[in-house]
Design a protein around this ligand. Structure first.
Ligand code: XMP
Length: 212
């Protein structure tokens, strides 16, 4: 049984509030990222938070520890409850994000293996497995692993165990189905298949039911 996270990659406040409002009650969290925040500013978090749904900032943080800490302070100060970071910058950069999240009562998720075909160039195999181990050692709350490669997500689950969560993108527009991956993960991430739907509420409802 997996939760449903809405990837709200729309542009502009009115569209974001429209889709989030339509999906209220059908999604367990909203994931925001650069497309929305660059078009609206971080103030969009307060607008979305009115619906009472946790907001996770997918900024795929990848910098030196001090800069990562500064980014996280802005994210959590704006009202987000979680951040998604890369791990390939190393243990100290990762620790900065985990520590900042926990200092603010939030959670930190770590990208280990990405869902798109190009992930196979670097973000897979031994690299992904090492990053999963690093995420566990850092005390991260969970990892991001691909619904498009459920067999890889199963391997990463074995590495992190059951005390950490896995959120999994790739369902819908990238071709994966909730049934492919739900037994390995705690949440599926769905963007275009919901926010580009003529009826986002019904689309979200269907994904949520299928993820259960
Ligand atoms: P779609 O429209 O494809 O959106 O359902 C997917 C959302 O998830 C993000 N994404 C990823 N984030 N690791 C991540 O941390 C990944 O492997 C990955 N693949 C997709 C994407 O940016 C979008 O918001």
């Amino acid at each position: 049984m997996a939760d449903l996270l809405l990837a709200l990659d729309v542009k502009g406040k009115s569209e974001a509030v429209r889709v989030a409002g339509a999906c209220t009650g059908e999604v367990d969290a909203i994931k925001i990222g650069y497309p929305l925040v660059l078009s609206t500013g971080l103030g969009i978090v307060k607008d979305l938070a009115k619906a009472g749904i946790p907001i996770i900032a997918d900024f795929k943080v990848a910098d030196i520890p001090n800069t990562n800490s500064l980014i996280c302070e802005e994210v959590f100060g704006a009202g987000c409850s979680g951040i998604i970071t890369h791990a390939f910058c190393g243990h100290d950069s990762l620790a900065a994000c985990v520590d900042a999240a926990h200092d603010h009562g939030g959670v930190c998720f770590v990208v280990c293996e990405m869902s798109h075909p190009g992930a196979l160039d670097f973000l897979t195999g031994e690299n992904a497995e090492r990053m999963a181990g690093m995420a566990k050692a850092a005390g991260a709350d969970g990892i991001i692993a691909p619904a498009t490669r459920p067999e890889r997500t199963a391997i990463l689950r074995d590495i992190i165990g059951t005390s950490m969560k896995i959120y999994s993108p790739g369902v819908g527009a990238q071709g994966a189905q909730p049934e492919d991956v739900k037994k390995y993960v705690d949440g599926i991430i769905v963007g275009r298949a919901i926010y580009e739907s003529a009826d986002p509420k019904s689309a979200a409802h269907e994904f949520r039911v299928r993820a259960r």
